[in-house]
Design a protein around this ligand. Sequence first.
Ligand code: SAM
Length: 434
Amino acid sequence: MHYHLVTLFPEWFSSPFNTALFAKANQAGIVTVDYINPRDFTQNKHHKVDDSPYGGGPGMVLMVQPLLDAIASIPQKGRLIALTPAGKPLTQKLAEELAKEEHLTLICGRYEGFDERLYELLPIERVSVGEAILNGGEVAALALIEATARLQDGYMGKNESGTEESFTQNLLEYPHYTRPESFMDLEVPAVLQHGNHSEINAWRREQALAVTLKYRPDLLAKAVLSEQDRTTLNTLRSRSFAKNIHIALVHHPVLLKNKAAGSSSVTNLDLHDIARIACTYGIASLQIITPLADQKLLVQELIEHWTKGDGARTNPDRAKALSLAQLADNIDEAVTHVEKISGTKPFLVGTSAKAEKDKKGREKRLAVPFHKIAELAEENSLLLVFGTSHGLAPQALEKCDYILPPLRYMGHYNHLPVRSACAIIVDRLLGDIY
Ligand code: SAM
């Protein structure tokens, strides 16, 4: 592999390239490096490579001409890669793909980065090494070089040592142990000491799943998982915070057709479907809120039919779901019910199809992203508040400690039925990610 480094600071690389395996691989000709300094290609007498940004603002921008000429001087460039925070992430998959190339040209930014026209003039791919800003692209280029160089034949002692590592299967790696067997009362797991390979492999797979679930659950969505893996994950599942979550289905105060606050009627469909959603996701209770006596009677009758009457006998699954439902006169009473069940006062999390506005039409408070609300539920009880009819009235939203973002806020039409919105929101908070 031949790396062509377009950099203002070639000296940056001298120590890492003269150390350990890279130095050996370099001597053996497995990897080679050359430097192209854009400063050598400037057309001004001060060898300036940067200038102030159009439009103002802090910092300097790398000028396009010295970079363009520097890159043009490389006879065999291979793929052109700019290291930039705005790039696609450097992953093991990308490293494996790039490792197959014979030449790579790596363009290291500095200051505020490159004049955008560089990307218009050359077919440059953008790669980032993480969601942190470095001072220059050299460290990022080093990361890319190390990830691709070690995949070259003959670079590492044993060719196979790359195959089981973190990320190769979209799983993090299992933990490792070496001598001594016991250190400060911490023992090496017994299974690793007995030498039964199939047991060791099963243990390692389980550990890899556990570590990934704990630190990078997002990777599981891309991993190829067996039936056994899914069973393992289900037993390991750390996302048991569903029990901290309650749902309130509000029929008062809600916005009616004329945009005035009032009461809506209960519906059999909402009651059944939301109870089933709650039961499916392990949610602790469903609070049906209505102050109207006739509506309460209706709900009471339905709940009794399905939890104690004929319905319960013919459909025990439905009985289980509807046993989560409880009537409340108003939101405050629902809060008291939740407090009794969970032992703590819940945070109220409002839902709405629109951003919350004040009287002057300005956005009143920022919605809190779903993952933040999920984090909150790990340690606190939450009451998710859903409005029927045209949504929660302002006085109901004002009671809420947090507001979730509207679903499909980028679209023009987002009038979802409350039970559909409830299913989507609950799934975003608690859904399987694998
Ligand atoms: N103003 C830029 C921004 O906010 O995106 C940051 C410029 S940074 C101070 C200078 C140079 O460091 C970048 O042009 C890029 O080459 C490199 N760099 C910084 N962070 C990086 C990252 N996470 N991945 C890849 N390159 C990075």
